[in-house]
Design a protein around this ligand. Structure first.
Ligand SMILES: *Cc1c(COP(=O)(O)O)cnc(C)c1O
Length: 393
């Protein structure tokens, strides 16, 4: 498969040849691979990034999925990991050394923020500047002589604001700074950051790539040179590997990725438009809406919109917000997103665990911010569910 094929072809045509002619690749459920001779294993060790030796490094089932994802993202190589956060931490560690500096955005995914701002800071003296990702000037101003990484998430998964990927990539390249993007929201179907000049793309494959809420996984995509460096250092040494069965599940999910994304987009546009016109709602954050502040930038760098959005209820009364969330029947209450099933989450539940109500108010976070992930149920039922919960508030 090559990047010259269309996404649907990459995802649905297998070049894998099975000795029995099995149409679907098997799950290679083995930890190690054996060799005919001393010379053969010796040669494999010289080619560790590409030969099968041990499943912590590489597994045939997982590799088939990796090749599809690499072609889909227009990258040269991909590596699947045991979770999205394993992919993120491996990619970040590849880019930074002790006492260097990271520029990233406010409202970055929580555990990524903890890794940068708590772990890397206290263990390795790595500092970070958080910018408003909507402003290229803020990125420019934040760069220091020791900045080695600009870490992006566009759209950001809670507040949905975008970064101008081409502009940030050009700025970073001019200064010899690496760029990493968490592209989980758009999926490789709707956004291809490597074609816009970004160095490394990461995903939580637990979301759209998996798509059925039944696997936790992640993936890193980049040039062959960068990937071989990550594979033989961070990925191997931190044990970020993916298990064969997870690889097989991802492979199966990839076959329907384009049609799932199209259906999710159709549903989400309907749901977002409904929310936008409801009088109990203050604001809807969804890049597919014409009213979205950065609609033009989104339309330029993405080819579609996924199913995660947030909105603010007009009420600030926590008990009313609770009533709304509890009244939803089709939108199940839980973390994560990107599956077939529609979900709702109120970030205030987490914030109130970490911050006192005073601190929370001082941060200016809106308690009435609700995040929903629109799944594959019929949009009329989803809108009816939201409408009825809003009326119960
Ligand atoms: C879920 C998520 C992750 C982490 O992925 P896991 O597979 O849960 O480890 C990273 N980034 C974003 C934007 C996410 O939503």
């Amino acid at each position: 498969m090559s990047r010259n094929h269309k996404d649907d072809t990459i995802l649905n045509h297998d070049t894998y040849k099975d000795q029995h002619g099995a149409v679907v690749p098997p799950i290679y459920q083995n930890s190690l691979f054996t060799f005919d001779s001393w010379d053969a294993i010796d040669k494999a060790f010289d080619n560790k990034a590409d030969d099968f030796i041990y499943s912590r490094l590489m597994n045939p089932t997982v590799k088939i999925a990796e090749e599809k994802i690499a072609a889909l993202c227009h990258g040269e190589k991909a590596k699947l990991c045991g979770s999205g956060i394993a992919a993120i931490t491996s990619a970040i560690l590849h880019c930074v050394k002790a006492n260097e500096h990271i520029v990233t955005i406010k409202n970055i995914y929580g555990p990524t923020n903890n890794f940068i701002n708590k772990y890397l800071k206290t263990r390795f003296g790595i500092s970070a500047t958080y910018v408003d990702g909507r402003s290229i000037e803020e990125f420019e101003k934040a760069i220091r002589p020791n900045t080695s990484l600009i870490y992006l998430e566009s759209p950001a998964s809670l507040t949905l604001e975008l970064q101008d990927l081409k502009a940030v990539a050009a700025l970073a390249k001019a200064k010899g700074i690496k760029t990493v993007i968490d592209n989980t929201w758009a999926s490789p179907i709707f956004q291809k950051p490597l074609t816009l000049g970004i160095d490394i793309e990461v995903h939580s494959a637990s979301k759209y790539l998996g798509g059925h809420s039944d696997v936790v996984a992640g993936v890193i995509i980049s040039s062959r040179k960068t990937m071989d460096a990550i594979i033989t250092a961070e990925h191997e040494l931190l044990g970020a590997k993916m298990a064969p069965f997870e690889g097989w599940l991802i492979l199966r999910s990839l076959r329907t990725l384009t049609i799932r994304m199209k259906a999710i987009m159709e549903n989400s546009m309907k749901v977002a438009s409904f929310l936008e016109q409801d009088e109990r709602i203050q604001q809807v954050n969804y890049p597919g809406l014409r009213s979205f502040e950065q609609y033009a930038l989104g339309a330029e760098q993405m080819s579609g919109y996924s199913g995660l959005m947030s909105f603010e209820l007009k009420t600030k009364d926590l008990s009313e917000i609770k009533t709304f969330v509890n009244a939803l029947e089709l939108f199940k209450l839980g973390v994560s997103w990107g599956g077939h099933d529609s979900l709702v989450y109120a970030p205030v539940i987490s914030y109130l665990k970490e911050l006192s109500p005073d601190k929370f108010a001082a941060m200016g976070i809106n308690a009435s911010l609700i995040r929903i992930s629109v799944g594959l149920e019929h949009y009329e039922d989803l809108i009816a569910d939201l409408s009825s919960a809003l009326r119960k508030m």
